[in-house]
Design a protein around this ligand. Sequence first.
Ligand code: NDP
Length: 339
Amino acid sequence: MSATMSRITLARRPDGSPVPEDFKLENAPLPSPEQGDVLIEVTHLSLDPYMRGRMDDVKSYAPSVDIGGTMTGQGVGRVLESRADGITKGDIVTGMTGWASHACLPASDIRRLDADLPPSTALGVLGMPGLTGWVGLHKYGRPQKGETLVVGAATGPVGSMVGQLAKSMGLRTIAIAGGEEKCRLATETFGFDAAIDHRAHKDAKSLREAIAKAAPDGVDIYWENVAGKLLEAVLPLMNVHGRIPVCGMIAWYGGDNIADTNQLPSLWRSVLVKRLHVSGFIIFDHWNEYPAFLADVGPKVASGDIAYLEDVAEGLKNMPQTFIEMLKGGNVGKQIVKL
Ligand code: NDP
């Protein structure tokens, strides 16, 4: 066992999109577990868009990372030492390890993983992003057979879950994704009926025309992952009583690409005129549904009925650059970093 561990800390708050200088790779003494704690050697770390928000010093649904603090995040790893009942050395577990090679966590904050599926699935298709798609679609999307759904970031872990579940319920599913390769994966791997490359459309009007062609009966559910140009494109296409689960707005996370606020009156008017149901939600409020999600989706992942893609980078030191690229669409599928 090494006497030190490595971690990535927040060196300073980003100004817009993050840059490598916002992060610092540091060594620290390896912690010793106290009674009830477990020492974990991390094998896989998750990179998620929400981490961008934690780098800012603003009031939100979860606390910011302090300057000098370890970047927040979920990991999977092997138990090196346990001082807790029910968890033994060698168990594979998941918890909020942070961007670090090791973590010492209370046993109550970790979950032991089944040996049947690759442990990295606990970070994506069977983890927080998968649960987000499952809960949000059923609760806020309220899909009905024959309806049309549009989702952006469609090959990511949230978008691909939403698309596959909607398709299995008899909806027409339209993927918005960045680039030809992701569009191909959207239809071939995730079964979307149509896929549109948002990068091939210079403005919302052009993107709207493409979506309108793919959605001849209008849009009943717009799953909001992205905002920006896509939101402006889709809103006028919404059908009366359409639903918009507001899950994320990644186009705006860096503070750039903020749509012209002059658009706000006409966009807001669409909500009134079409009687849209716009539902913001944060997955933290739905963790109690995790067992039901796992019982429903776990067997479908094991049988291959739900497909998933993982993009696996290597090495803790490469976390910042991989994160920076993911925010710009560099990932193909759930972004994992293997240590
Ligand atoms: P992804 O793995 O899909 O990664 C982000 C993707 O966003 C990129 O690959 C890129 O895909 C797309 N993207 C980035 N910038 C833009 C842009 N300017 N315009 C259009 N697309 C862009 O992420 P996740 O599946 O993990 O998350 C999807 C969304 O869900 C995020 O907004 C995230 O914050 C949100 N989320 C919300 C939760 C909640 O509790 N509300 C919980 C979990 C996630 P492409 O190249 O295809 O454009």
